[in-house]
Design a protein around this ligand. Structure first.
Ligand code: NAG
Ligand code: NAG
Ligand code: NAG
Length: 339
């Protein structure tokens, strides 16, 4: 979606639901020549090129960035080292050959059933200048890997900016085509990701190696552009039969959000401003009834939206909080509500 001056004061509310269970035929206008294939899409095998592990001992992999504060002066850089913790340092700077600044992050690790994750690093770099290209490096010794990103322009009403929207990506051959299609647009600067990342939960024991392969697959975009994360049903990974009772465990360890910056009390609902947009992220799979922390946060957030400053209001949510669908949607039966 492109934001421009002409579109000032437009209301743009995105309620994107995943289409997995949609059962009705829509007779809406045709906006694209794309036709989804009828056959189910097949996951790319683990030895596919897109899942290749970068060369070198303990080389950083699965590099991804996201916005790290409300206004866009901070970036959270995340990556995984497979063999040992290594370094949590990010070197960065505005000159490709002189990464003169440095920030030390932290690493974490988690277990899921019989899977143990690699060392997951998160490092927030702050006080970045607006509208500036930064180069950064992670890793040490022989296995340093370098990337770059561009910070957004200062928040304001007349600031054009181009977002892409992706959700339900998974790691099939079609996922690869989808990502390539997004990448083919030279204007796209940031991805609004509406949930359902790896679909690792489709595998026996929610094989978390598929979380790793997914992050290696999307690295070609996520290392260079922020992806703004919203949680979907495939991030829940709630599986008491495996002894896994903590919802969102893999997602929470792997994908950080700047939720504290927007006074949120939980990582799955938060807001950021970027260029001329105020972006609110909500979670359908966290409690959202009246008096819940998420509901209360939203109540306090909405009055903060200043349409003179950010004429665009974008709401990211994987499936709507309230709808009239009486089918069990995404493993939850309590979605059907009368509004
Ligand atoms: C985890 O358990 C499954 C069978 O339930 C087995 O196939 C797999 O090899 C095990 N993985 C590890 C890392 O032990
Ligand atoms: C995925 O897409 C990239 C870019 O088009 C291509 O180089 C690669 O071979 C594709 N991999 C698979 C497994 O389809
Ligand atoms: C809303 O934004 C405008 C333009 O940036 C600013 O002048 C105004 O003070 C803001 N209003 C509030 C209530 O913060």
């Amino acid at each position: 979606m492109e934001l421009s001056k002409n579109m000032r004061n437009s209301i743009f509310l995105i309620l994107l639901a995943s289409l997995v269970l949609s059962s009705t035929r829509c007779k809406g206008g045709v906006t694209s020549t794309y036709r989804r294939r009828l056959e189910a899409s097949v996951d790319m095998p683990l030895d596919s090129d897109v899942f290749r592990v970068p060369a070198g001992y303990n080389a950083p992999q699965q590099v991804h960035i996201t916005q790290g504060d409300v206004d866009g002066n901070a970036v959270i850089v995340s990556w995984v080292t497979p063999d040992e913790p290594g370094s949590s340092v990010v070197l960065y700077g505005t000159s490709k050959h002189n990464l003169d600044k440095m920030k030390t992050g932290k690493h974490t690790q988690y277990k899921y059933y019989n899977y143990t994750s690699g060392f997951i690093h998160h490092c927030t770099i702050r006080h970045l200048k607006f509208d500036t290209k930064y180069y950064y490096a992670v890793g040490i010794g022989q296995t340093v890997r370098k990337f770059w990103f561009k910070t957004p322009p200062e928040v304001g009403p007349d600031v054009p900016y181009t977002f892409g929207i992706i959700g339900d990506l998974g790691q099939t051959y079609d996922s690869n085509t989808t990502l390539s299609h997004y990448e083919s647009n030279p204007k796209a600067e940031t991805v609004l990701y509406v949930g359902d990342l790896s679909y690792a939960d489709n595998y026996p024991d929610h094989d978390n190696n598929r979380w790793d392969s997914w992050a290696r697959f999307v690295e070609r975009s996520t290392a260079y552009q922020p992806w703004i994360w919203a949680a979907g049903n495939h991030e829940l990974d709630f599986e008491p039969s495996l002894g896994e009772k903590e919802p969102f465990k893999p997602f929470k360890h792997r994908y950080q959000t700047p939720y504290r910056a927007s006074d949120s009390t939980g990582p799955f609902w938060y807001s950021v401003k970027r260029a001329s947009a105020h972006i609110i992220v909500l979670s359908t799979y966290s409690a959202y009834g009246k008096y819940t922390p998420q509901y209360r946060w939203l109540e306090e957030e909405l009055p903060k939206v200043n349409r003179s400053e950010t004429p665009w209001l974008i709401v990211l949510v994987h499936s709507p909080w309230y709808n009239s669908n009486t089918l069990p949607l995404h493993g939850r039966r309590d979605h059907a509500c009368h509004v």
